[in-house]
Design a protein around this ligand. Structure first.
Ligand code: ARG
Length: 592
């Protein structure tokens, strides 16, 4: 069944079109901000009135007169300069609620009618470097976008565009060679870093040698040449490094509950043999030109502060290709081979200009025709308490692994305090769910385009819009189930028999209305790529549940009220679980 908001939008838009005598009117139905105005309001009348040069209130009256929403709403009310307020009928509400309840898998939310093939490019860490807090946002926001679009019925193809190619690998594999020589002489034990921390040292060591030791620098350059010409020894070292480093981020994906697997990797190296062709094609079409020895594409509308044309450099004067060249090849591959209808890039806002320019060139070159959606989903920075990008005391990027470890540790302390009777093992499982969940949820709950301050205490607080609060709300409903046994209430039997609902208390109606709006929240989150619409919804739901549970006894309710209330509890629990675990990838726990 369609969502109420979509049915209303369609029907009212149709009536507006017939009143206006033209196609394509938009009712713009939105949830009201204050329940005293009803549940939804129609915002589209004013602009249509302006266009028709008529009085908006009068237009609203004409629309209302022709409108038949009697199966869904009470009589529409005109308010203010020309809003139409709508209130859902109890019969509609109960019918919809029963329908949502009956759908164990999708909670009454339909798949969209026109699924697309959507490529989502996210995470993209760089090889031989530890993932740091900067990779957190792309990784988890991208994951949530994938999960949400997939749930709505799109075919989602995840692409992990890792940084696994480039001249910096010369010094890294030269260092592997150097270390293996030493190992043969019994000097070094580890040739390739295994543990996370060793990667940093390894990288630093290579860099330092490159800067100070001419022989090593020479060997590094030879390594780059070797890599490019496909020399097996150098390729072997490079591959070993990539494999080792991939283990590290696969481990983090697993910790974070992020669905990215080995097969999703199409790193920069994947495109290396396609780059010459990209440049050639651009030159052939007359789109690229030489400028200061480099091959550049100048697209309309890109100027620097001095008003000079901004180039997208696709090949440097020394012949090397760039980040942009690879991204052009990736677009060509994703449209041509993966058959993408839409490509979404999840990176921080600092890459905006890069993607704008890449998109412009891909369009001009015909690699992404107008029917292909190219979307850059940006996000702000994670800040420390001082309002500056989060760093360690010594000024380094905070490693993601360390951050997550600390979150789990702190969550463990919270769990211990709240529930000392639990076994160590149980505590650990809960602490993991709460700690990782808290970090993710805090990130999701912020408007993604803003920066946010990373604060363990706040994200682990039991009250407010946090993961622990949501997980607790879930566990609390679970505890009603546990209690029911001692009270001799058989929830399953009572729920199985529910054919009609008895929504009488305002808190019940409020909760019921919130429950049937889950699909709206998902749609909104998907169309704007904003996970905070999901967290806001879940938080609102948990709050409404809390009011309901305070005001309406459940297990002790009279027999004519109890089935409805049990259903409200159960559906709230399932909705929270679906939102957290299916869409946000945050685990729920049975008790806290
Ligand atoms: N490796 C890049 C970074 O760390 C992210 C890759 C984003 N994706 C892309 N197609 N450029 O910033």
């Amino acid at each position: 069944m369609k969502l109420a908001i979509d049915i209303l939008e369609e029907r009212i838009s149709d009536v507006m079109a017939s009143v206006a005598g033209r196609e394509g009117c938009a009712a713009i139905v939105r949830p009201t901000t204050d329940a005293k105005f009803g549940d939804y309001q129609v915002n589209g009348i004013m602009s249509l009135a302006k266009e028709l040069k008529t009085n908006p209130r009068k237009l609203a009256e004409q629309v209302v007169e022709k409108l038949d929403l009697s199966d869904i709403c009470d009589k529409p009310e005109i308010a203010g300069p020309g809003f139409i307020n709508l209130r859902l009928k109890t019969e509609y509400l109960t019918a919809r609620l029963l329908e949502v309840n009956a759908d164990a898998v999708r909670l009454g939310i339909e798949e969209i009618s026109k699924p697309e093939t959507v490529v989502v490019d996210f995470s993209g860490p760089n090889i031989a470097k530890q993932m740091h807090v900067g990779h957190l946002r792309s990784t988890i926001i991208g994951d949530c976008i994938c999960r949400t679009l997939e749930f709505l019925g799109h075919k989602v193809i995840r692409q992990n565009h890792i940084g696994d190619w480039g001249t910096q690998f010369g010094m890294l594999i030269a260092n592997i060679e150097r270390r293996s020589h030493q190992a043969l002489q019994g000097k070094t034990i580890g040739v390739i870093p295994v543990h996370l921390a060793e990667f940093e040292d390894f990288y630093r060591e290579a860099k330092q040698l490159f800067d100070t030791d001419e022989n090593f620098a020479e060997r590094s350059r030879a390594a780059v040449v070797g890599l490019h010409s496909g020399d097996q020894a150098w390729i072997g070292r490079w591959r070993a490094l990539v494999t080792q480093s991939e283990k590290h981020y696969q481990y983090l994906y697993q910790c974070l509950g992020v669905k990215l697997i080995h097969d999703d990797i199409r790193g920069e190296s994947f495109y290396k043999d396609k780059l010459a062709d990209i440049v050639k094609a651009l030159q052939k079409d007359g789109l690229a030109e030489e400028s200061d020895g480099a091959i550049c594409v100048f697209s309309e509308g890109f100027k620097n502060k001095e008003g000079e044309r901004l180039p997208l450099i696709v090949q440097k004067s020394d012949g090397a290709y760039l980040y942009a060249t690879t991204d052009l090849a990736a677009i060509r591959y994703r449209v041509g081979e993966l058959k993408a209808d839409r490509i979404i890039y999840v990176t921080d806002a600092r890459q905006s200009l890069h993607f704008e320019m890449v998109f412009a060139v891909a369009r001009k070159a015909g690699w992404a025709k107008d029917n292909i959606d190219l979307v850059h989903v940006t996000f702000g920075s994670v800040l420390g308490e001082n309002g500056k990008p989060l760093k360690t005391r010594s000024g380094e990027n905070v490693k993601l692994k360390e951050l997550l470890d600390e979150a789990v540790q702190r969550a463990n302390a919270v769990v211990k305090e709240k529930n000392p009777e639990l076994s160590e093992e149980e505590k650990e499982i809960i602490a993991k769910a709460v700690g990782i969940g808290a970090v993710k949820y805090a990130d999701y709950s912020n408007n993604r385009t803003s920066d946010y301050v990373f604060n363990f205490d706040r994200m682990l607080a039991m009250d407010g819009n946090t993961a622990p609060y949501m997980q607790y709300a879930y566990a609390r409903i679970k505890s009603i189930e546990r209690k029911s046994e001692s009270k001799d209430v058989n929830i399953e039997t009572e729920l199985a028999g529910v054919k009609e609902l008895n929504l009488s208390e305002p808190a019940e109606v409020d909760l019921a209305k919130c429950l049937i709006r889950y699909g709206e929240a998902i749609e909104a989150a998907a169309s704007d790529y904003r996970p905070n619409y999901l967290t806001s919804y879940l938080y609102e739901l948990a709050q409404k549940f809390s009011v309901f549970y305070t005001n309406c006894p459940v297990l002790k309710a009279e027999s004519d009220k109890r089935p409805t209330r049990l259903l409200l509890c159960d559906l709230t629990r399932r909705t929270i679980k679906h939102g957290l675990s299916k869409l946000l990838g945050i685990e729920v726990v049975e008790q806290m």
